[in-house]
Design a binder for this molecule. Sequence first.
Ligand code: PMP
Ligand code: GLN
Length: 382
Amino acid sequence: MHLSIQSKLPNVGTTIFTVISSLAAEHKAINLGQGFPDFLMDERLTSLVTAAMNNGYNQYVHMNGLPLLRERLAEKMHDLYGTDVDPEMQITITPGGTYAIYTAFTTILQKGDEVIVFEPAYDSYIPNIEVNGAVAIRLPLSFPDYRINWADVKNAINEKTKAIIINSPHNPTGSLLQEEDISALQEIVKDTGIFIISDEVYEHLIFDGKQHLSILKYPDLYERSFVCFSFGKAYHCTGWKLGYCVAPPALMKEFRKVHQFNCFTCNSPVQFALAEFITNKEAYLGLGNFLQSRRDHFSSAMRSTKFKPLPSYGSYFQLYSYADISDENEFDFAVRLTKEYGVATIPVSAFYKSPVENKVVRFCFAKKTATLEAAAEKLQKI
Ligand code: PMP
Ligand code: GLN
């Protein structure tokens, strides 16, 4: 018998994060590639998980997520964004932000639908679209400020356009959507049936006194949106893979149909612990300043290298140009940096379909200061 799979994702290889993290491990390089903190998370939160497990909270919680956690998330969103979200109808806890985005796409997409995606694009978006038989329409962000050209968006829209996916603070560039972007988006989608998927996993990681412009703040946008978040980024626990999606009732009703037969419900003790810990506002309100100090620490250590920083206003990441160092393409350069100099980074070309070569690599600065200093010291040798 000959079994063969007709691939749903014929052009997809292994994600760049796994490729680079494996290479970093093999060469014992300092891993500033994949985005994850190397510092410990808050012990109060890990203790709450232990207590939840010891107290017997180890069975399935409601398929939409622990009710108390959803209630507290609704309060948080009201405080931060002034939006009234009904926790019963509009919030679903998911195994991570990536899953929330995938589920939102799967909820809305039919074969042949088009989705507007801005490149560089976080690497899961386009496979998520294509696995659903839909087509990604890729539009470039401008270089080097990585802003959206809204005239391009207007031109790309047609009767097949089902959705636009946005991401702010932006991975991999650290750029932010600004008020004029929101106004342009409002203008473009008004009177259309276009959905928005808003990836806001870095909502709290925002610097230099800037504000996060959540889609939740704009009722005319929220009414057509799936807004996706991640606890991993808010509490330095990316490996916990817990997040949530917020959407208006009619959209969420369909989202839950897909969700209930995929994972059904998420890890319970972690939800009990988060429901307690989330009342501690300093834990997330202080994050921007904390990560900003890491960004600044790293960039001052990098001054003694030939790398040149591009601005980063949010996320875990900052792009650096190596144009003064090498003519190599970004992938080859990132591989050589890992193997020969012992520092792993992510080539930004990996976030484009046809690699765009701006000679920039992405560094994750969500690390201990000692890690950042050790990496900069290695990079001085180039
Ligand atoms: N979107 C972006 C832009 C991200 O960087 C991440 C981080 N992995 C995610 C979504 C997903 O987060 P999670 O680990 O919660 O799935
Ligand atoms: N979001 C993280 C990054 O951008 C990685 C997550 C993953 O490996 N999928 O580096």
